[in-house]
Design a protein around this ligand. Structure first.
Ligand SMILES: NC(=O)c1ccc[n+]([C@@H]2O[C@H](COP(=O)([O-])OP(=O)(O)OC[C@H]3O[C@@H](n4cnc5c(N)ncnc54)[C@H](O)[C@@H]3O)[C@@H](O)[C@H]2O)c1
Ligand SMILES: [Zn+2]
Length: 374
């Protein structure tokens, strides 16, 4: 008999690709998604959601809806979330409600329906680490907390050693690094993990927590101006506008293509990796924003106009790079898509899209709330 899988947030970016892969593997897929207006402005299921999946339109915070959605399922992958780091800084209630209470409700529904699921996977984030691991030439590996406003206002972007104040070099962060999140979004993801671990343990349900780094690829909402940097840059590039590089383009991110993310997620969900484990999903390579901008120019075959700026967002981190040792050992994860190949996969969709760049309106809003500075 085929496996019955519930994908919450399955109409979204990573969720819909996961649905495709699960259907290919012969699973019987149910999606629970509220069709959040910021992600799906029409309020309708997006064309990329395969109709072979059963769509339940509803909110993950609504116990009765979630009880009906978990009935009879074997496995659950939980994606439904509020996902904007910037917005989380001034709409913390909403992020806490959906990301933390929503997760608690999912487990309550599993309990009340008596669903002894074979596995639950939670999509967490590198945001739980905050600044992550760094190397100090004098002190070795350190984990600095959020950067001070004073340093940021003075244009000192790199981390400083908490012991000797020397500038630090970011290095790959392993899963046992401390959770020193600087944003409300990161806090909700950390709390979501903890709620999941406690509930899964109590219900004796095997749980895998995946910490995704910066995911990009086709289907990332073009209508949601708060989504990833890759889409924001790409829309500006196509609109003939300069690419504004916050913090003078010095931040470093680990950009992982959605195909790699889905491969890891489906392995974690359908396989029999050691349970109650927490795994990073990235590429393991740090890319500077300036480099990302140049690579996008190559992919779209356009000249890139760079605008380095002293702007920064409170709650943002400077660098994030995944240490993949544990995911390699636990689920045989190996990222396959290079940045160059990956960026080319978004070109056809963007060139035919009617979406326009709304980054200036977002900047205005973030500035109004005191999140964007400089
Ligand atoms: N994209 C990334 O770079 C990234 C990085 C780390 C973690 N994640 C996590 O991965 C998951 C999926 O992210 P994504 O990039 O695909 O986002 P997305 O916004 O494209 O998808 C999220 C989906 O969840 C749905 N949703 C939102 N609130 C809901 C609610 N209350 N009830 C039911 N459905 C709801 C939305 O309609 C949307 O279809 C999220 O949990 C996110 O925090 C994403
Ligand atoms: Zn030091």
């Amino acid at each position: 008999m085929s496996e019955r899988v519930l994908v919450t947030g399955g109409a979204g970016f990573i969720g819909s690709h996961t649905v495709d892969r699960l259907l290919e593997q012969g699973a019987d897929v149910r999606v629970l998604d509220s069709l959040h207006r910021q992600v799906h402005p029409s309020g309708e299921a997006p064309p990329h959601l395969d109709p072979a999946a059963q769509l339940v339109v509803g909110d993950v915070r609504d116990l009765e809806t979630v009880r009906a959605a978990v009935r009879g399922v074997d496995r659950v992958i939980h994606y439904a979330a509020e996902t904007s780091v910037g917005q989380s800084m001034y709409q913390s209630d909403k992020h806490i409600d959906v990301n933390v209470r929503g997760t608690a409700i999912l487990f309550r529904a599993l309990r009340e329906e008596g669903v002894a699921a074979d596995r639950v996977v939670i999509s967490s984030s590198r945001a739980v680490y905050g600044e992550g691991a760094c190397r100090c030439a004098r002190c070795g590996i350190v984990h600095p907390g959020p950067r001070s406003l004073q340093d940021l206002e003075a244009g000192v972007w790199s981390h400083r050693c908490p012991t000797c104040s020397q500038p630090l070099e970011p290095v790959p962060t392993p899963e046992d690094a401390p959770m020193l999140h600087g944003s409300v979004y990161g806090m909700t993801k950390a709390f979501q993990e903890q709620v999941g671990r406690a509930a899964a343990h109590q219900l004796d349900i095997p749980l895998v927590v995946l910490r995704y780094f910066n995911v990009y690829g086709p289907r990332q909402s073009l209508d949601n101006p708060y989504t990833g940097l890759v889409m924001t840059f790409a829309l500006r590039l196509l609109g003939g506008k300069p690419l504004v590089l916050y913090e003078q383009g010095t931040p470093v991110r680990d950009f992982v293509h959605v195909h790699d993310v889905v491969a890891a997620s489906v392995r974690a969900l359908m396989g029999d990796a050691p349970t109650e484990c927490t795994l990073n999903v990235g590429v393991g390579v740090g890319v500077r924003l300036t480099e990302l901008a140049q690579e996008l120019g190559h992919a779209f075959d356009r000249d890139v106009d760079l605008e380095p700026a002293n702007r920064f967002r409170r709650g943002d981190i400077h660098a994030a790079i995944a240490d993949l040792s544990r995911s390699r050992a636990a689920i045989g994860y190996e990222p396959r898509v290079t940045l160059d190949e990956g960026l080319r996969t978004i070109v056809p969709e963007l060139e035919s899209a009617s979406a326009s760049d709304r980054s200036e309106a977002v900047e205005h809003e973030l500035r109004r709330h005191g999140v964007l500075r400089g």
